[in-house]
Design a protein around this ligand. Structure first.
Ligand code: ADA
Length: 553
């Protein structure tokens, strides 16, 4: 994680008021009496406000002077921020990090921070969240809030450090230091606490590139992290990174020259009791479960992940697909200019913030967008263009459910299919067998044609729902889910074309029990987890652990 000096967290108890069915104006927000308290990070509608829509008004005080920077790591569905009665700006994209720089004046004093957070679903085409998405619209300040006290008199300081590993075999890497504004200064770079270089800075960024002999590489098996510290006369910041070489060609993704076979799970960062504000203990517990199952890969579906989650993946050697928020967006929506701008903005925020995490091996966008339309092809072109411009070092991808009819596969560095043979498509045939392998073979043949043969292929989703305790053997039973999983693992073991999978889903996750999903989402959960929503294993979990751990022996 990127860490700045003189930064304090504003987490803990905040005053709280709820305005049902409304997004009140500034006057109301700033004057409404706050009769309750809520915890930040937290979702306000997991318990007594469950199912209610409206605006949660959060308030607390802090002290400071001169230039300050407020940082929100993730708020949803959207928020507005005031310091005293000054409007600082909006938090438009759920799960995305935002920063606000402001001058509090020369005297140290107490200020009131007010954040109005709405969980009312905006159904306009430009919106980043819709009711048809298959994950619940919990509202709240669900990730950390922090306050940075800048030492400079002009509001300048370090804004980012981006470390790009260029060749892990030689220890060649590049460091780019960005500033909030253009500056003339000197800068000291340290690697793991030891002097690396001194640079003169004239402009809004400075770059160092070089080779450090003996720099220990990052691998999933031995995930060694290094720290780059940047010191200027007025500021200091540091970040961890891992030295690893990622490449994608000839149908393979390679890490440090070795072809990857990814065995993984899609995961929602959610829990029925806490929504999207899972405690660090719960997140770490999930990651140990995944690591110990023998998996080496997680698809962070379907939004920007938390810093803590990524810090843990870096340390545990788990590989990550991180994607910005989108779900089944239509061609009409993809062609909407507001939607396009919002997608570009949230994707940039994700990449700028998480650039240094060695665990991230794929940048994803727009899960299951309608990639049979020209408008969708165009937005994908824009998003992939942005991603390539921000980061040359990672492949770009989106999870397609249009397969042979997709008109955007050529744009991807890695092709990924969400496919549900045996569940939505081709369920059980008469003799009780499922058609999973047949469909996967068809996709394999399609992707072995010259147009696609060079692009690595992932099964980004495949799965079946199981209601814990149903042992009938029919669809919805634990046994049926296990049957599908076994077919997928059999296929993967024998396919040299497919680079791996992320099974849908790690643990059951809250979604809607509305008219849209009522027949397929019993209890208001997506039940395709290998674990229950409280992380209790279903039969297939044990099978996965047994199979994957046997590969490592
Ligand atoms: C899709 C989607 C997931 C989930 C899944 C399912 O592939 O990407 O978010 O909704 O289907 O369970 O049907």
């Amino acid at each position: 994680m990127l860490e700045f000096v003189n930064t304090e967290f504003l987490n803990g108890l905040w005053q709280f008021a709820f305005c049902p069915d409304a997004e009140p104006d500034a006057e109301t927000v700033l004057n409404v009496p706050a009769g309750k308290y809520k915890i930040v990070p937290g979702c306000f509608d997991t318990k007594e406000l469950f199912g209610k829509h409206g605006t949660g008004i959060y308030r607390r005080t802090f002290t400071g002077k001169d230039w300050l920077q407020l940082r929100f790591e993730g708020v949803g569905l959207r928020g507005r921020v005031w310091v005293d009665d000054i409007f600082l700006g909006s938090l438009d994209a759920l799960f995305a990090p935002y920063e606000f720089l402001f001058n509090a004046g020369p005297e140290e004093h107490e200020m009131t921070l007010t954040v109005a957070v709405s969980n009312i679903i905006d159904e306009s085409d430009g919106s980043l969240f819709h009711e048809f998405y298959d994950f619940y619209s919990f509202g709240g300040i669900y990730r950390s809030v922090s306050l940075r006290h800048l030492a400079s008199s002009d509001g300048n300081g370090i804004s980012n450090i981006k470390v790009t590993p260029l060749d892990a075999s030689t220890g060649h890497f590049r460091v780019q230091v960005d500033f909030l504004k253009s500056v003339q200064t000197t800068l000291q770079l340290l690697l793991d606490g030891a002097q690396l270089a001194n640079l003169d800075v004239a402009g809004a960024s400075a770059v160092w590139e070089g080779t450090v002999k003996g720099l220990v590489p990052w691998t999933p098996e031995v995930p060694v992290l290094h720290t780059v510290t940047v010191k200027t006369p007025m500021d200091q910041a540091k970040t961890e990174f891992g030295s690893r070489t990622l490449a994608w060609n000839n149908g393979k993704i390679t890490l440090n020259g070795k072809a990857l076979k990814l065995y993984g799970l899609c995961r929602h960062d959610s829990h029925p009791d806490f929504g999207y504000a899972m405690s660090e203990t719960l997140v770490l517990n999930d990651l140990y479960l995944i690591k110990e199952s023998g998996c080496n890969f997680i698809r962070g579906s379907h939004y920007t992940q938390s810093d803590f989650f990524l810090d843990c993946c870096d340390r545990l050697g788990l590989l990550v697909w991180e994607e910005s928020c989108g779900w089944g967006n239509s061609g009409k929506q993809c062609g909407n200019e507001v939607f396009r701008a919002a997608q570009l903005d949230q994707t940039q925020r994700m990449v700028e913030r998480h650039y240094n995490h060695p665990s991230i091996i794929l940048w994803g966008v727009l899960n299951e967008c309608d990639s049979t339309c020209n408008a969708t092809r165009e937005i994908l072109q824009s998003l992939f263009g942005l991603l390539h411009q921000l980061d040359h070092s990672r492949p770009v991808v989106f999870a397609s459910n249009r397969y042979e009819a997709d008109i955007a596969l050529d744009l991807c560095d890695v092709i990924a299919f969400n496919t549900y043979p045996g569940w939505y498509d081709d369920p059980v045939v008469a003799d009780g067998s499922v058609n999973v392998k047949r469909r996967l073979k068809e996709l394999e043949t399609f992707l072995s044609t010259p147009a696609y043969a060079d692009k690595p292929w992932l099964i980004s989703e495949i799965g079946a729902a199981a209601l814990a305790g149903d042992h009938s053997g029919f669809r919805w039973s634990e046994e049926y889910q296990e049957k599908i999983l076994i077919e997928v693992l059999d296929f993967l073991e024998n396919s040299s074309r497919c680079s791996g999978m992320s099974w849908w889903l790690f643990a059951n996750a809250n979604t809607y029990l509305g008219t849209l999903h009522i027949l397929s989402r019993p209890r208001g959960f997506n039940n395709k987890g290998l674990l229950s929503e409280y992380r209790k294993p279903k039969l297939a979990w044990h099978t996965l652990c047994r199979r994957l751990n046997s590969y490592n022996k």
